[in-house]
Design a protein around this ligand. Structure first.
Ligand code: HEM
Ligand SMILES: *[C@@H]1O[C@H](CO)[C@@H](O)[C@H](O)[C@H]1NC(C)=O
Ligand SMILES: *[C@@H]1O[C@H](CO)[C@@H](O)[C@H](O)[C@H]1NC(C)=O
Ligand SMILES: *[C@@H]1O[C@H](CO)[C@@H](O)[C@H](O)[C@H]1NC(C)=O
Ligand SMILES: *[C@@H]1O[C@H](CO)[C@@H](O)[C@H](O)[C@H]1NC(C)=O
Ligand SMILES: *[C@@H]1O[C@H](CO)[C@@H](O)[C@H](O)[C@H]1NC(C)=O
Length: 323
């Protein structure tokens, strides 16, 4: 396995970033809606907060929607488009089918924001970015500043959703290559996987791990087998974070130290043999402040993936269809 030092790589990257100007398209900005619609962010927070209070599991769902949006064509709201007779979107791609949720909450946010702004001002892609942040914060996580000004795609790509969203059976090398193909790095991989400190996964996504993996706590495997049989029960869910699935904290990383990662891909981040990810997993497991700060930074990086800006794309009136 690659013998690089994440902490060192990150420090070097930070130094390089200080001196090398970034030649992106138009930049996203934290103040994008300050003049256009000052009520935008408080409205998104209000509706998200109501939804999360009613049903805490909506928080992980909204966080995951932003991730699955950004990794496919960039953060452009493409995941939100419904299929129509003449159009196939991303919702039926394998990583999304019967799995991503929260579209009804996004609809409610969009309706409320259109009303609060007196018109169609805020993109669906930005709504996902803000709702993801608010979800993290509402379950006890950091309150990082979201960059804004994304526009919405007029298309989507089922093929890209199938090919670029990482599956749970990937090994470390594959996960790292997947993140690097998006312009993210090994530190982003580990810190963003910390999103699995909240939420649930279906049996079908972790059956291979609990029956076949050897790097798993045997009691934990037995426990999970009780609701995830060898065959059947595909939709039965289990918490990704063994201890606190509706709280954003460092328990996910502690679980990895105990070989209680639910997904094969989760446990790939920590081997106990001094592999590339081990030091960072240990570090975050006992350092909430560092995890929170780095999670915010990596979310901003993920939120910057290939956004549509300027005259590209559109502001969708209804997140489910193009104007
Ligand atoms: C590193 C590669 C990753 C893999 C292989 C992966 C895989 C998965 C899988 C298989 C599930 C369960 C889906 C289901 O049962 O249908 C899941 C759930 C989830 N993922 Fe990931 N994921 C990864 C990274 C991320 C990232 C980067 C984020 C966000 C920043 C994220 C956020 C979530 C959340 C919050 C859930 C729980 C959703 C819920 O409870 O509804 N994941 N992930
Ligand atoms: C799992 O749930 C989906 C709906 O979310 C349903 O279409 C599918 O038939 C269910 N699968 C099983 C094996 O029960
Ligand atoms: C996070 O920031 C938002 C406004 O940006 C604010 O409404 C909220 O109270 C903050 N949450 C915490 C826990 O500080
Ligand atoms: C979607 O639109 C973008 C920008 O117009 C374009 O670059 C991309 O190739 C299109 N994707 C598909 C799958 O048609
Ligand atoms: C990871 O998976 C790939 C593809 O199956 C394989 O070629 C590679 O040897 C694996 N790497 C490790 C370290 O297991
Ligand atoms: C476990 O591995 C065996 C051999 O590779 C395979 O045939 C079987 O389907 C796997 N079981 C699960 C539950 O993935």
């Amino acid at each position: 396995m690659a013998g690089f030092n994440f902490l060192l790589v990150c420090k070097l990257a930070a130094i390089v970033a200080t001196f090398v100007p970034i030649h992106a398209q138009a930049q996203l900005s934290p103040n994008f809606y300050d003049q256009l619609c000052p009520a935008a962010l408080p409205t998104i927070r209000d509706v998200t907060s109501q939804a999360v209070l009613q049903q805490p599991r909506i928080a992980p769902a909204l966080l995951r929607l932003h991730f699955h949006d950004c990794f496919v064509q960039g953060c452009d709201g493409s995941i939100l488009l419904d299929d129509t007779p003449g159009f196939t979107g991303e919702k039926t791609a394998l990583p999304n089918l019967n799995s991503v949720r929260g579209f009804d909450v996004v609809d409610r946010i969009k309706t409320a924001v259109n009303a609060a702004c007196g018109g169609n001002v805020v993109s669906c892609a930005d709504i996902l970015a803000v709702a993801a942040r608010d979800s993290v914060n509402l379950l006890g996580g950091p309150n990082y500043t979201v960059l804004l000004g994304r526009r919405d795609a007029r298309n989507a790509s089922r093929d890209e959703a199938n090919s670029r969203l990482p599956p749970p059976f990937f090994n470390f090398t594959q996960l790292l290559a997947n993140f690097e193909s998006q312009g993210l790095d090994g530190k982003d991989l580990i810190v963003l996987s910390g999103a699995h400190t909240m939420g649930y996964a279906r049996c079908t996504t972790f059956r291979g791990r609990i029956y076949n993996d050897s790097n798993i706590d045997p009691n934990f495997a037995d426990l999970r087998k009780q609701t995830c049989p060898m065959s059947g029960g595909d939709n039965n869910t289990a918490p990704l974070d063994v201890a606190t699935p509706i709280r954003f904290d460092t328990q996910y990383f502690r679980g990895l130290l105990q070989f209680k990662g639910l997904l094969h891909s989760d446990q790939e981040l920590f081997t106990g043999n001094g592999a590339a990810g081990d030091a960072l997993v240990r570090y975050y497991s006992s350092n909430t402040e560092a995890f929170f700060a780095d999670f915010g930074a990596s979310m901003i990086k993920m939120g910057n993936l290939r956004p549509l800006t300027g005259a590209n794309g559109e502001i969708r009136q209804n997140c489910r269809r193009v104007n």
